[in-house]
Design a protein around this ligand. Sequence first.
Ligand code: TRP
Length: 334
Amino acid sequence: MEQQKKTILSGVQPSGQLTIGNYLGALRNWDMLQDEYDCLYCVVDLHAITVRQNPAELRRRTLETLAIYIACGLDPQKNTLFVQSHVPAHAELSWVLGCYTMFGELSRMTQFKDKSLKNAQNVNAGLFTYPVLMAADILLYQADLVPVGIDQKQHIELARDIAERFNAAYSPTFTVPEPYMPKAGAKIMSLSEPEKKMSKSDDNPGAAIYLNDSRDDIIRKFKRAVTDSEMLIKYDTDRMGIANLMNIYSCFTGKDHSEIEREFDGKGYAEFKLAVGEACADGLKPIQEKFAMLLENKDELEKIMISGAERANYLARKTLSKVYRKVGFYQVKS
Ligand code: TRP
């Protein structure tokens, strides 16, 4: 029975804080996957150092990232939650796959081009080979599906190409993964520029609501959210500011757009924005409480890390030894 479940793998960078965009668009829906699929979620600390990190902060955020996933509803008994650097096979497979990835392919990655512009003083080789490591993350676990945002689709396509190339050169070794974009996820836009996606790395802290923002901050940010001068609470995708607030309100209250229109018929933006802020703060409160509780018990979190890494190591080793055998590395029984 266990083996028949499809495998889902996703990676998350321990950099920056998660926003309600990450939560409403992805994380919130992941607990629905945990029974139907075999799910693995990896905190990708190896990827994080492709840009300069403060070591103490990286360490802290790695733990916090694990905690936020659990606080958002991922059950560590049902999902394998682990840290990438705890499973050496990621780096090992990455080397091998790098020898089956072309310079030209990596040069065409839009994320590499964007990040090289942003970090012009540190265009390191890791930044360039980042997608190979990501392919290793996915292929090690024979993942069928990879839930990611649209910006990561090109990386999944490369992982597919690498898998197919390796399978064709030897014999079927890797499951060829597919991107998975659940329909349920809402796309949440920036509060200051509602044509842009809400991003955790926005320079303007007022543009995003972070999962651990205080109630006051949340209400203040919604109060200042950019809308228009029509003063009409009606769902219209040409008026992204108000449409975005309605989507957020809908996610937190379960009310649909027409219910919201009725609720705020004849009322002003100020009243509506306050209601959105309160609904969001109320919705995040249980997550924030669980997060704080989890961080108080670091031993428990470390136990989860250890058992996640144990299972991940077991699965990853199986794939890696297959790969080593196929490419012709001399194997001795120890
Ligand atoms: N590159 C992904 C991002 O920035 C993170 C990531 C690393 C990832 N390895 C992964 C996502 C494997 C999915 C699967 O969002």
